[in-house]
Design a protein. Structure first.
Length: 132
């Protein structure tokens, strides 16, 4: 998931000046917005498997709290960066997803440590406990 998003995002970021010029020469200076959007898609793709782990593991309250935190960071960032227009909105998304990585990583690591492997975990962890 992350590898595909990295390659696709890298291509979009690299080609962003040309892609934006396709809308007209006046859009070329705004290619930074497309770079922010590609970076946000990459970070989101990295987080998706962990988010699905929590969702499938009946951690909906935790997911709700993490999403509320993400939303507060995004809304605050969008408000602070509103003067940048679309680039500000995309940058606020990126900042919010980067913030989201911190608690998501901490909670994912703590869940994996509960399983005892430190590397893999998931909703099937109870299967391993029954066989132990």
């Amino acid at each position: 998931n992350g590898t595909i998003a990295l390659v696709a995002g890298g291509i979009v970021a690299f080609l962003s000046p040309r892609l934006m010029t396709a809308y007209g020469p006046a859009f070329e200076p705004y290619h930074v917005c497309l770079i922010y959007a590609a970076a946000t898609a990459f970070v989101g793709a990295l987080q998706m498997p962990t988010t699905l782990l929590f969702t499938s593991g009946s951690k909906m309250r935790l997911c709700a709290l993490l999403n509320i935190g993400w939303a507060l960071v995004y809304a605050g960032g969008a408000w602070l960066l509103a003067d940048l227009g679309a680039s500000g909105i995309c940058l606020a998304f990126l900042i919010a997803y980067l913030y989201h990585c911190i608690p998501l990583s901490i909670f994912a690591w703590s869940e994996c440590r509960k399983v005892g492997t430190g590397a893999t975990c998931g909703p099937d962890k109870h299967v391993h406990e029954r066989h132990a």
